[in-house]
Write a protein that binds this ligand. Structure first.
Ligand SMILES: NC(=O)c1ccc[n+]([C@@H]2O[C@H](COP(=O)([O-])OP(=O)(O)OC[C@H]3O[C@@H](n4cnc5c(N)ncnc54)[C@H](O)[C@@H]3O)[C@@H](O)[C@H]2O)c1
Length: 305
């Protein structure tokens, strides 16, 4: 083997067992074997699917955002997690960094404030050396009667879910466009924005706005190579349990019947097992030809309703 010219025969010199300054004997592997090794390590901690990605995740302290922070860190990303809940957000970031191989920093943000978003996003982008992906998970849900919604609920839901989407998206787009490299933005819609849920019209209206916004800016920003998609989840999180706790006994009975009718599993999904892998795909270059899409990740619920 030592007489074979590596370039001529498509062979590449790999050093196996390389550990810092300690090196064992180099060995030759074929280009095919290299590809096979790369394939086998795909998805493992050795070669993360988000290795070179610099990512902002809002709402990273709990629920879906927390799952995505931990999953993206396990795929090698550089992440800045942001939330209003600073103590929990910072703890999750530290734990995700410890688990590695990615790194997670934490910054406080209120997505409903333009000043807060601009400050946090610029600081995060400077620290990470750029911005490739922004996942806006932060959101609030409150039940309200359509004919008399409390003004504080109307204001909070509208500002966090609609204004928050606009501020985070517009700031991320500006930073991505300035870099000249483009990027990916992922929003959080809801089946409540597609279907008609009793006592949930304010929240549903806000998520319907997220859907329309996502498709509109995908059209506008595609020219700058910035992709914008939205995920419509249905998974068990603190938000879901708060929603469930607010149901009357009769509504709860109907809701439980609805869950039984979910085509996959007859129940809600789990954010880490069922949702986070879809986010990895949308954040990675594997989805580079997809924009303006609304992806229900809900066990088939809205598709067959
Ligand atoms: N759980 C579901 O099944 C479900 C269904 C449809 C849509 N969604 C959407 O998915 C997203 C995440 O939901 P979840 O279930 O994880 O909710 P959650 O309430 O469990 O977590 C939301 C996180 O967002 C943070 N947050 C709220 N307001 C904020 C603000 N102004 N600025 C910064 N952070 C803020 C909270 O502190 C919290 O950490 C939301 O946009 C929600 O509307 C969830």
């Amino acid at each position: 083997m030592s007489n074979i010219a590596p370039q001529k025969y498509g062979l590449h010199l790999l050093r196996s067992g390389h550990r810092g300054s300690q090196r064992t004997s180099p060995r030759l592997v074929t280009a095919n074997e290299q590809r096979r090794l790369r394939f086998l390590s795909y998805g493992s901690s050795r070669l993360g699917r988000l290795d070179s990605k610099r990512i902002i995740i809002t709402g990273g302290a709990q629920g879906i955002g927390e799952s995505i922070v931990r999953k993206f860190a396990s795929e090698g990303a550089s992440i800045t997690s942001m939330d209003l809940n600073d103590s929990v957000g910072a703890r999750v970031a530290a734990e995700a960094t410890k688990a590695g191989p990615g790194k997670v920093s934490y910054l406080s943000v209120d997505v409903s404030s333009k000043e807060s978003v601009t400050k946090a996003f610029v600081e995060a982008t400077q620290k990470m050396g750029g911005l490739d992906v922004m996942v806006n998970v932060a959101g609030v849900q409150k039940n309200a009667l359509a004919h008399d919604p409390p003004l504080d609920v109307l204001e909070r839901v509208t500002k966090v879910n609609i204004w928050g989407t606009i501020f985070t998206n517009a700031t991320a787009f500006t930073l991505m466009k300035e870099s000249g490299k483009g990027g990916a933005i992922i929003n959080f819609g809801s089946e409540a924005g597609l279907t008609a849920e009793r006592d949930n019209s304010v929240y549903g209206m806000s998520k319907g706005a997220v859907h329309t916004w996502t498709r509109s800016v995908a059209r506008e920003w595609g020219l700058s190579n910035v992709r914008v998609n939205a995920v419509l989840p249905y998974v068990a999180t603190p938000m879901y349990y708060r929603y469930r706790d607010a149901l009357s006994p009769e509504e709860l009975k109907n809701h439980e019947q609805l869950l039984k009718e979910f085509p996959l599993g007859g129940n809600l999904g789990d954010p880490t097992r069922d949702l986070a892998p879809v986010l990895v795909f949308l954040a990675s270059d594997d989805s580079h030809w997809m924009t303006g899409q609304l992806f229900p990740v809900d066990g088939g619920h809205v598709a067959v309703r």
